[in-house]
Structure formats: structure tokens, C-alpha cells
Design a protein. Structure first.
Length: 132
């Protein structure tokens, strides 16, 4: 094939691909009201939408030993990960919410836990840090 023929064939190929892409994009726009992404149809959407006001929701403290399987878990990185999160929280205002639900509390409510975690020795194993 000569160079002009190759160039023209390449141009037609790119034009065809561009047209196919444009048609797929248009089909997506037309079907968008009928299709919802997976996370909009799942528990994820419920989490961010919030619980209905008529549903009872309570948080109660309980010891770590009441959680099933806690002894089998590897808590090696827990303390370092938690203190890194606390370092990020230290830059936030006290009245900032910790999430979309009021039950998650504010930054100020988490400061005592962060202070307790920072007072633990770095050598404290994760399991011992959690049970203190």
C-alpha cells in the first residue's frame, strides 16, 4: 500500500472508532434514568441516605471480649493505624461531624480515645492496647 492509502485507511479507522464511541456515549445518556450504579442500589446508598427516623437505633458500650472472634484477630497494625487517624483528626475543628450520622459523633468526642492511644507505649501490642 502506498503512504496516502495507508493514511486514508487510518483516518477512516479513527473516524469509525470515534463515531462508535459517540454512539455508545449517547446510548448511555439515554439509558441513564433507567440504570443506576450498583452502589445506589445497595447498602452503601442506605448508609449515606440515613436511617429512617422511625427506626430505633442505639449504641451501647460493650467489652471487646463480647465480640465474636476477637481473640483470633491480628491487631498488630491497629494502634499505629488508629494514631495516624488521630493525627488527621487533630487538624479538624471540634464540632466537625465524624460522618453522615449523628451517632458517629464529632471530632471532639473522639479526642479522649486519641489521647489514650497516644499515651500507650509504641511497644504495646495491638491486642493489649485494645483491651486496656
Amino acid at each position: 500500500m502506498s503512504e496516502p492509502v495507508k493514511s486514508r485507511a487510518r483516518g477512516l479507522l479513527f473516524a469509525g472508532l470515534g463515531l462508535a464511541g459517540l454512539l455508545l456515549f449517547a446510548a448511555g445518556l439515554l439509558s441513564a434514568p433507567y440504570l443506576r450504579p450498583w452502589f445506589a442500589q445497595s447498602w452503601f446508598a442506605e448508609l449515606w441516605r440515613g436511617a429512617p427516623t422511625d427506626s430505633p437505633f442505639t449504641l451501647e458500650p460493650l467489652p471487646i471480649t463480647a465480640l465474636p472472634g476477637w481473640q483470633a484477630e491480628d491487631f498488630a497494625g491497629f494502634l499505629s493505624a488508629f494514631t495516624r487517624s488521630c493525627a488527621l483528626l487533630s487538624r479538624l475543628p471540634d464540632d466537625r461531624p465524624m460522618g453522615p450520622h449523628a451517632e458517629f459523633g464529632t471530632v471532639a468526642a473522639w479526642r479522649p480515645a486519641c489521647a489514650a492511644a497516644s499515651s500507650l507505649a509504641d511497644a504495646t501490642p495491638g491486642r493489649a492496647a485494645i483491651t486496656q
